[in-house]
Ligand binder design. Structure first.
Ligand code: PFF
Length: 475
């Protein structure tokens, strides 16, 4: 049997796992959700949820991967009778997320290209168009959107083809530090613009009003954000965990990955919001796609000749963040097939499975791009059932929402709940303790871990599942 190769160094593993965590969710979602959800108060809630839920699930997944030394499907299969089937959810969910993530990643590539064009005064630059027009033209142009989504997927596939250490580790070991430096440069510019302080106040100042008005709503937003941005419950961390050396301290690594994810979210807010406020963008412009694709593009345009340089830095770092996340998604199904071949004594044929997954995700990505966030009149499942309804449920407004609802809304929280039940009650938390202690370190917070994984974490995941259902079905 061919030897199963993993990460070459702990630094490489950390960069890959942080790369998976840091993505569109942190750079785009975190800043405005924190601003809307109570600023510093939201942050405290987010940290609390990360401790009793995020860290617990992350450690469980890394341990499950390293202990079984296999991909996510085989990992569940190897340890559990009752929750075997959960393993199968992971490659399905990852393939669905990869599809719409690539559509969004493709939009980011487009903005990178636009800013490069603007820098050289080329016709394919912004050419005096504002962010709203560029975005409307992009999503209205099906062919262009599909091409950009395809380019994003292709880059993802080429990295995964390089293998775990030669592709993913190598890309993330250079990409993540580069992303950090680019982020600091954009922050320096953004925070020194006149009026920037308003953006910092919007994001950081404690504001207990949203908590008083709708505590459960804020809790749900913070929970959903926490668990998507940490790449939990999709098999990515089980897969990465299976490539980690037995000598490494898993608890320490878990804390580093989660803290880095939160830190990048906070830093992204300092890069994005002060600039948006300095430009005088209304609060509504901070939300959803418009923050990334309309408001910020206008901010860079408004900076004059130097604007495209910051545009390139910013959209470049967003593309890096998105690609380092998408490679972890693609690795989930690929690792399953590659392991299966290795077990049978056949050659790995990584290229074949990367290609096959890319084709499946690519078809769904094409539909998502062609749909243009619901604006291009494409047929969307279930839409006609709600034709006469007062308010259309969010999940049938666009293909993006539909794929997001199935994957992030339902399958991911379901997988998280089952993982907690499996570890907490079936195979028992001792399983994780034994794996953590193989490195020779003591699992000093085991009592806390055990309590959370059995009672607290599954309850919070259940609450998040309920929150996502409510959001997508407009309940
Ligand atoms: N954590 C990524 C983000 O915040 O954008 C999204 C993600 C990547 C989720 C990889 C799940 C995953 F396996």
């Amino acid at each position: 049997m061919e030897e199963r190769k993993g990460f070459k160094s702990n630094f490489g593993f950390l960069m890959a796992a942080i790369g998976s965590a840091v993505g569109l969710g942190n750079i785009w979602g975190f800043p405005y959700k924190m601003g809307k959800g109570g600023g510093f108060a939201f942050l405290l809630l987010y940290i609390l949820l990360s401790m009793v839920c995020g860290l617990i699930l992350m450690l469980s997944e890394l341990s499950l991967g390293r202990r079984t030394g296999s991909n996510s499907v085989s990992a569940y299969n190897a340890v559990s009778k009752r929750f075997k089937w959960v393993g199968w959810l992971t490659p399905i969910t990852a393939t669905l997320i990869l599809a719409f993530y690539s559509a969004l990643g493709g939009y980011c590539v487009k903005y990178l290209v636009v800013n490069i064009g603007s820098l050289f005064g080329a016709e394919w630059g912004a050419n005096g168009l504002d962010g709203a027009t560029i975005f409307a033209e992009l999503i209205g142009n099906q062919m262009e959107s599909v091409i950009y989504g395809g380019v994003f997927l292709l880059i993802t596939m080429l990295i995964v083809l390089g293998g775990v250490s030669g592709g993913i580790e190598r890309f993330c070991s250079v990409g993540m530090p580069a992303l950090f430096v680019m982020l600091l440069i954009v922050i320096a510019r953004s925070c020194t613009l006149p009026g920037a302080v308003e953006g910092l106040k919007f994001m950081y100042a404690p504001n207990f009003e949203p908590l008083k008005e709708d505590f459960l709503g804020v809790l749900k937003t913070a929970g959903g954000q926490m668990f998507f941005s940490l790449s939990l419950s999709i098999g990515a961390l089980i897969t990465y965990g299976s490539y980690v050396d037995k000598k490494q301290n898993l608890v320490k690594n878990t804390v580093i990955i989660a803290s880095a994810g939160a830190a990048v979210g906070l830093l992204a807010g300092m890069a994005v919001l002060p600039a948006a406020f300095a430009l005088g963008a209304p609060e509504d412009a901070m939300k959803g796609p418009s923050l990334l694709f309309v408001t910020l593009q206008d901010v860079f345009e408004g900076m004059g000749r130097i604007g495209p340089v910051f545009g390139i830095l910013f959209y470049g770092l967003v593309v890096l963040a998105a690609i380092s996340s998408s490679v972890s998604l693609l690795e989930v199904p690929v690792a399953y097939f590659v392991d299966r071949n290795r077990k049978k004594g056949k050659s790995e044929r990584r290229w074949l499975y990367a290609l096959l997954t890319m084709v499946v995700s690519g078809i769904l990505c094409t539909v998502t791009c062609a749909d243009g966030l619901g604006g291009n009149g494409l047929w969307i499942p279930f839409q006609r059932f709600f034709a006469g309804a007062e308010k259309m449920p969010a999940f049938c407004e666009s293909w993006l929402n539909l794929l997001d609802m199935i994957s992030e809304g339902l399958l991911m929280p379901l997988c998280g709940i089952c993982t907690c039940l499996m570890i907490g009650w079936e195979i028992k938390p001792e399983f994780v303790r034994a794996e953590v202690e193989t490195s020779g370190d003591r699992f000093t917070v085991y009592g806390f871990y055990r309590f959370c994984v059995r009672y607290i974490t599954p309850l919070i995941m259940l609450f998040i599942l309920w929150g996502q259902i409510k959001d997508f079905f407009n309940i």
